[in-house]
Each structure stands twice: as C-alpha cells, then as structure tokens.
Design a protein around this ligand. Sequence first.
Ligand SMILES: CCCCCCCCCCCCCC(=O)SCCNC(=O)CCNC(=O)[C@H](O)C(C)(C)COP(=O)(O)OP(=O)(O)OC[C@H]1O[C@@H](n2cnc3c(N)ncnc32)[C@H](O)[C@@H]1OP(=O)(O)O
Length: 128
Amino acid sequence: MCFGCSERNPIGLKLKFTMDGDKCRTEFVAGEEHQGWNGYMHGGLIAALMDETMAWWLWFKDISIMTAEMTTRYSLGVPVNIKLTVESWCEEEKRDRLFFMAARIILPDGKVPVTAKAKFLRIDPEKL
Ligand SMILES: CCCCCCCCCCCCCC(=O)SCCNC(=O)CCNC(=O)[C@H](O)C(C)(C)COP(=O)(O)OP(=O)(O)OC[C@H]1O[C@@H](n2cnc3c(N)ncnc32)[C@H](O)[C@@H]1OP(=O)(O)O
C-alpha cells in the first residue's frame, strides 16, 4: 500500500501518473491536512510528491528502484488548495543501474516553487 500511489492507503496521496513524451506527470491539490505553516504545504510531503513522481518515471520503463539520494530546492512556499502539476524526467543513466532524475512543481500561474534532483538505484524486487 504505497503512501504515494495506492488507492487503498487511507492516508496516502493517491497519485495517478501519466507519461507524456519524456516526462512523467501527476497533479495534486494539497489540503489543510498537508500543511506545515498555515496555508502552505509541508516540505516533507512536497519531497514525497517529487520522489514518487521520479520513481514513477522509472516504473513506467519497468525499472524497479530505490531512492538513494535526493536534494530539494524550496524557492517559494507551495500553497494548499490549488492544483499543482508535478513533472519528472531522467537526466542521465550509468551502467543501467544508477539513474539521475529531476523533478519540479508547477503552480497554475507557471511559477516553479520547488525543484529536486535525485539518484535512484536499480534493485531486485525479489530481494526486498
Ligand atoms: C502496482 C504498481 C505499484 C508501483 C509502485 C512503483 C513506485 C514505487 C514507489 C517508490 C517509492 C519512492 C521511492 C522510495 O521512497 S524508496 C525508499 C527510500 N529509499 C530507501 O529506503 C533506500 C535504502 N537504501 C538501499 O536500499 C540501498 O542503499 C540501495 C538500494 C540504494 C543501494 O544498495 P546496494 O547494496 O544495491 O548498492 P551499493 O551500496 O552496493 O552500491 C552500488 C553502487 O551504487 C553506488 N551508490 C550507492 N548509493 C549511491 C548514491 N547515493 N549516489 C551515487 N552512487 C551511489 C555505489 O557507490 C555503488 O557503485 P559502484 O561501487 O558499483 O561503482
């Protein structure tokens, strides 16, 4: 029951993803239960949104991975109760094992309040 994408996780984000060319996308409207400061989304949940969107880019390619490292740049607060678009893409791949991914959040007015970069490592899901 993935916190990010399972429909059955009662406290999950229930994200749904699409691939459009080389980008993976989802949309999300944060509610008051997702706040840190009043009116703004909690930073840890913002990171989860982006982590999940990068993971799904790889999942669409049938690649099972774990997040090995992630950095997030918070340039503006992310307001609750507005539609957020999250998109991710792959910047580089090494030895078919290490994937350098990037993601960003886009507000309805086109501003980009948060960007992220992450390294994902291919895993054998049988060994989890
Ligand atoms: C129905 C549909 C459901 C679909 C769900 C789909 C979505 C799923 C949702 C997903 C949820 C969202 C996602 C989540 O939330 S994933 C959850 C959060 N992440 C984790 O819990 C990861 C925990 N860590 C591990 O499991 C291991 O450490 C991993 C698997 C990452 C590597 O352990 P492993 O033992 O395999 O590797 P190794 O240590 O032998 O190293 C191997 C090589 O890699 C290099 N290396 C290592 N680290 C880094 C680094 N940071 N930068 C650069 N390089 C790095 C290392 O130097 C070495 O290179 P070399 O010496 O070979 O040259």
